[in-house]
Design a protein around this ligand. Structure first.
Ligand SMILES: [Zn+2]
Length: 436
């Protein structure tokens, strides 16, 4: 933490542009130095961690890195039940003021997380690095689709929040930023997006997908440069819809309030590059052992800059899979896919769980514009979908064996027609939902 404690977001950004070229050894040394500061701070200042990290320390106070796997994973339930005991009694003054953020209950148990100004600055710098890697032009106009809290509601959708990039020497004129409320109608979001002459759209959840499908259904488009999705897994359908409705490339940031900015999508592939300067990210199997590339496991994350509320080896609640390497040539850990929330795994009749995957090209077989799969009991999958033309029981019946084959079990399949994508209250669309 000392390395960045006094730094401005601009200085952190400049460091990040350098550090993404570090060797694996350089990065490991940096991560250990950051982790060591966090671990010592947690042990000294955080009641919850007074004894919990003992396995990592020798009698003389050295950190035994080879014992890392013995540090208990912090579950969401533990986080919810120990919020007070997880607060640091003191934080370094240079980490700035604190702010409490609560995550909505739609992702499970509601939890709150105390952030520092330093953590926000690091997040901002990591966003800038992602923009730079994606070739974004900060002098253009950005529209954000955000659920209005008081902060935005009082200013309204016409307020220009000003530049969204770093202040750098030799950069073009600063851009403009508008924030539009995700509770506006799809038509209002579209017309405001066009009216603001936006080049970029940043949005939480799958609202862009709903707007895009609405545009496509009416044979319209609204050109943009790129769409960035926060806090949602994006798939082929998302990429294609952004291309068809906005002529836009689409990217995603893998982030959460607990883990901070964990990874950003590669400019050249659909992999995610882990922000190693900010987090230590693990993918673990059922025995809490690290997963090899290609094997899905649970994401467990430690953000180095959560000094006000350290969360060491926090179980993020996502399933992800490492890639071997990335086609862009960048070194370092790279995630091939983030497969959604753990509690949305499906159950087979024999009791085993699995991450369902129904590839999007199969939508043509059901004549579906979009769809969602809901497990309603141990033997039944409900397919909610919107027909492209007209609902047909012959088409549905013919699709049943295709879906059973894709899911790898002889589930009973039922169908329900819907007109809009069902979103959770935080704007997330869950393609696979376990409703048992
Ligand atoms: Zn890459």
């Amino acid at each position: 933490m000392a390395q960045t404690a006094e730094a401005s977001p601009q200085a952190i950004y400049e460091m990040l542009m350098e550090s993404q070229r570090w060797s694996a050894d350089q990065m490991l040394a940096f991560q250990q130095s950051q982790l060591a500061q966090l671990l010592r701070h947690a042990r000294a200042q955080v009641p919850f961690y007074k004894k919990r990290l003992d396995c990592l320390f020798s009698e003389s106070g050295e950190i035994l890195w080879e014992k890392w796997n013995e540090v208990p994973v912090l579950t969401r339930k533990e986080l919810a039940e120990n919020t007070q005991a997880l607060q640091a009694l003191q934080i370094p003054q240079s980490h700035g003021n604190t702010l409490v953020a609560s995550t909505s209950g739609s992702t499970g148990l509601p939890v709150s997380v105390t952030h520092t100004r330093l953590l926000s600055d690091v997040c901002r710098a990591l966003d800038w690095r992602a923009h730079r890697n994606w070739g974004f032009d900060w002098s253009q106009t950005l529209v954000m689709w955000h659920h209005y809290g008081e902060k935005y509601a009082s200013k309204g959708p016409d307020h220009d929040y000003g530049p969204w990039g770093p202040k750098l020497v030799g950069q073009p004129a600063p851009g403009r930023t508008f924030v539009h409320n995700t509770s506006f109608t799809l038509d209002e979001l579209t017309s405001r997006l066009t009216g603001s002459n936006a080049k970029y759209l940043f949005a939480q959840g799958n609202v862009p997908l709903n707007v895009a499908l609405n545009l496509i259904a009416r044979g319209r488009s609204s050109p943009l440069g790129a769409v960035v999705a926060h806090g949602v897994q994006i798939d082929d359908q998302f990429h294609r819809a952004m291309h068809d409705a906005f002529c836009a490339k689409s990217y995603a940031l893998y982030s959460s309030k607990e883990g901070g900015r964990m990874a950003h999508m590669c400019h050249a592939s659909r992999n995610y590059h882990v922000n190693d300067e900010s987090v230590f990210l693990e993918i673990l199997d059922d025995e809490n052992q690290p997963c090899e590339p290609g094997k899905p496991g649970r994401v467990v994350v430690t953000n180095f800059y959560h000094s006000a509320q350290p969360m060491i080896r926090y179980e993020q609640g996502d399933v992800a899979t490492w890639a071997e390497t990335c086609s862009c040539g960048k070194q370092g850990p790279v995630i091939k896919s983030i497969d959604g929330r753990i509690y949305h795994l499906f159950h087979k009749r024999d009791g085993s769980t699995f991450a369902p995957l129904v590839i999007d090209s199969l939508r043509a077989d059901l004549d579906a514009m979009f769809w969602q799969f809901v497990q309603i009991d141990s033997g039944t999958i409900l397919v909610r979908y919107k027909p492209m033309t007209q609902r047909s029981s012959a088409t549905e019946n013919a699709f049943i064996p295709i879906l059973q084959n894709a899911l790898g079990d002889m589930f009973d399949i039922r169908f329900e027609v819907i007109n809009e994508l069902p979103l959770t209250s935080s704007g997330k669309f869950l393609k696979y939902m376990n409703a048992i």
